[in-house]
Design a protein around this ligand. Structure first.
Ligand code: PMP
Length: 326
């Protein structure tokens, strides 16, 4: 779908997948005026295809657009774009296990000019790709790499928006994480108090021995739809939930004292990934056990959410949206 200042959103179309041309002077290539979303389509046993809380992705894309000076795509148009794309050929939504069709809506500033101001022409597009299970051989804990040197976002910046630039900033510390045998990088905030923020592509939740879930509150992290949903499901199951500032020391000391018994990362791609060990340049920052098995709360929440997404459980909150008929 195209957008211009004069005409607003217009010319919605579906075209075969392939390279499209972008002028070398397009704003997105120089100033990073780009945002995106990520969600999945799931096929049920009866053949129908559903997605999870697309209204939340639409709303987050509107917030991201606001921050990046891009136009707002109405929620109905966002959801309709997914419905049309998935509906082209239902056979491309995989069946079985934890397979899904990953959907990637994105918006780029494609006005041709050199100068730092918001572009006046924009393209919104959605691409899709079949995705297999994140853990084909069972849910295994991952190690994560603490970055004290690099920040992902700062106060007043774009941390809460889902824009490409945030991910560009996380690539170097992510390389460092991979080189140290870790799956993701853990970012702290800029306060100097070592407050937890999030991972390169997932939010973090800690589980206390009394069943309380604790998750970092910050203006500069991505408000994960998976995290919000899991916390609401946990409340339904009787867990207390604390959404507040959490320091690295609280996590480390809580693990040492037995007060914190599980930790997991969550996001659309992996649903829930148990966190085993925290590794770091400074040995004093490292803790946890890379081989610890996934804990019961982590596994129960993971099962509850995947059962809902694949239509194996009731949907009391009305979170599932049907994209195609059975
Ligand atoms: N934080 C970051 C930086 C992410 O990229 C993601 C993945 N979109 C998340 C958190 C989790 O968000 P969600 O649950 O909406 O996928």
């Amino acid at each position: 779908i195209d957008w211009t200042v004069e005409d607003g959103w217009h010319d919605a179309r579906i075209q075969p997948y392939g390279p499209f041309s972008v002028d070398p002077a397009s704003a997105v290539l120089h100033y990073g005026q780009e945002i995106f979303e990520g969600l999945k389509a799931y096929r049920r046993e009866d053949g129908s295809v559903w997605t999870f809380r697309p209204d939340q992705n639409a709303a987050r894309m509107q917030r991201s657009a606001q921050r990046l000076a891009l136009p707002q795509l109405p929620t109905e148009d966002f959801v309709e774009s997914l419905r049309q794309l998935v509906g082209i050929d239902e056979a491309w939504v995989p069946t079985g296990g934890e397979d899904s069709l990953y959907l990637r809506p994105f918006m780029i500033a494609n006005e041709v000019f050199l100068g730092v101001r918001a572009a006046q022409t924009v393209l919104y597009s959605v691409i899709a790709s079949p995705a297999g299970p994140y853990f084909p051989a069972g849910v295994k804990p991952v190690s994560i790499w603490l970055s004290r040197e690099y920040a992902r976002a700062g106060k007043g910046g774009t941390g809460a928006a889902k824009c490409g630039g945030n991910y560009a900033a996380s690539l170097l510390p992510t390389q460092e994480a991979f080189a140290n045998g870790c799956a993701q990088v853990l970012f702290l905030d800029e306060s100097g108090d070592a407050n937890l923020e999030e991972l390169g592509g997932m939010n973090v939740v800690l589980v206390k021995a009394d069943g309380t879930l604790v998750t970092p509150k910050s203006e500069s992290i991505l408000d994960g739809i998976t995290r919000n949903s899991l916390l609401e499901m946990a409340r339904d199951l009787g867990h207390a939930v604390e959404h507040r500032t959490v320091t690295l020391a609280e996590w480390r000391d809580g693990v040492a004292s037995g007060e914190i018994v599980e930790a997991f990362a969550c996001g659309t791609a992996a649903v829930i990934t148990p966190i085993g060990a925290i590794k770091a340049k400074d040995a004093a920052d490292a803790f946890g056990d890379a081989d610890a098995p996934a804990g019961p709360v982590t596994l129960a929440l993971r099962a509850a959410l995947t059962d809902l997404q694949y239509g194996r459980a009731d949907d009391p909150h009305g979170w599932m949206t049907q994209l195609t008929e059975a």
